[in-house]
Every structure is written in C-alpha cells, then in structure tokens.
Design a protein around this ligand. Structure first.
Ligand SMILES: N[C@@H](CCC(=O)N[C@@H](CS)C(=O)NCC(=O)O)C(=O)O
Length: 213
C-alpha cells in the first residue's frame, strides 16, 4: 500500500523546503518508497478530521492502512525501520543513528526555531534588541558543539543515516542567515546532503506544489 503524507497547501516558505514534510519526502526518496501527498489548508489543519490524525493540528502526518502517525521524526524513523538505506544493520550503530535523530529535533532544532520565530514575529517588540543576541548565541553554542563533533567526517557517524537527514533538515533553516558559514564543516555537510539525488527529488516534489498551475 502506498503511504499518504500531508503537506501545506500553501507553505509560508513558498517551497524553500523548510516545511517538515520535506524530511519525510526525503526519507521516502532515500529508500525508494513511492508516496502520495494530501495537501491541507491552514483551516483544515485545525479541524477535527485532521486533528484525529495530528493532535496539534500540524503537518506532516503519515497514513498507511490502519496506521496513522504524526511527528516528522517518528515518521522518518518508521520509514527507516521498514526499508533498507537509512539505518545501519549493526545494532549499536543503529542506536547511535537514532540518537542523532533525537539530537536533531530535541537539542539542535529548538534554539534554531526560537531564533527564527523571534525574527519573524518579535521584531516590533520592545525586548527584541536585547533578546536577539541571546538567541543567536544559543544557536552558535549548538553549532559549535556540532561542528566539533563532526570534525572532518562526511557524516555524523559512519555512513549517511536518518540521523544526518534529520540534522541537515534542521540546519537548513539557517540557510541564508550566515550562521552556517561561520562553521565551514557544517556548511559543507549541508551542501553534501543537498547534493544527494534523493534530496533533489524530494526538494523538487515539494517545490512543484508551489510552482504548478
Ligand atoms: N514537531 C513537529 C512539528 C510540526 C510542525 O511544526 N509543523 C508545521 C509545519 S513545518 C505546521 O504544521 N505549522 C502550522 C501550525 O502549527 O499551525 C514535527 O516535527 O513534525
């Protein structure tokens, strides 16, 4: 059965690949699993039908037969566990790759999202000028630690894995901000991932939603 995921009918980023369905599309492309996409509007996302799939009224979701999932990390993990190509066979290496998936969403993503939300929604607030440098330092703190761990390696732990996929998608939110360029090995890491054919196919598919018609 072909799984169906949900994505924005109209994404605020206009197809720059920042919406979290991109992670799921990329995972499908890496493992060679075809998928269907159902586009949802902001209104529909908050209605009971969609909330039955996603309690927080967000995208992406995943449906396959009796199974409905939400949370991009859980969906990517599900895909990686059911198809070869995104998790190592060795049990310990597999567990480490999953650690990187969690690190991406629970340790690296929060400060990046917090800063980006502040730049979008708090510019006119009296605290913005004081708060922004603090948020930027938090981002730099995490990037510095990640950069130190990555060193000169191509990927975080051996071969490319779901951990790299999640981490790169989190880091892409910094594209265009100049932060990644402060850490040349992280900029090269993101560029290396973006050169993967599976990434390019997924990016083109999500972009097509905004360029079609
Ligand atoms: N932790 C969730 C976050 C999901 C999320 O923030 N989705 C965004 C799109 S990338 C969304 O639906 N935003 C609309 C809203 O929250 O109303 C995940 O990784 O799936």
């Amino acid at each position: 059965m072909t799984p169906t995921i949900t994505a924005f009918e109209s994404s605020p980023d206009r197809g720059k690949g920042l919406a979290r369905d991109m992670r799921v599309r990329w995972a499908f492309e890496e493992v060679g699993q075809p998928y269907d996409v159902r586009l949802v509007s902001f209104t529909a996302m908050k209605e009971p039908t969609h909330r039955a799939l996603h309690p927080f009224g967000q995208i992406p979701t995943y449906e396959e037969g009796d199974l409905a999932l939400f949370e991009s990390g859980a969906i990517v993990l599900h895909i990686a566990e059911h198809h070869a190509g995104l998790l190592p066979d060795d049990a310990n290496a597999r567990a480490r790759a999953i650690s990187w998936m969690f690190a991406a969403v629970s340790t690296v993503e929060p400060p990046i999202v917090e800063r980006s939300m502040a730049t979008l929604f708090e510019r006119d607030k009296p605290w913005y000028g004081q708060r922004l440098p603090m948020l930027e330092e938090r981002v730099r703190g995490r990037l510095g630690e990640l950069s130190d761990r990555l060193g000169g390696a191509p990927w975080l732990d051996g071969a490319f894995s779901a951990g790299d996929l999640m981490m790169v998608h989190v880091l892409q939110r910094l594209n265009g901000t100049g932060f990644l360029e402060e850490y040349p090995n992280l900029a090269a890491y993101v560029a290396r991932a973006e050169a993967r054919p599976a990434f390019k196919r997924a990016f083109a598919a999500q972009l097509a939603v905004f360029t079609a018609g």
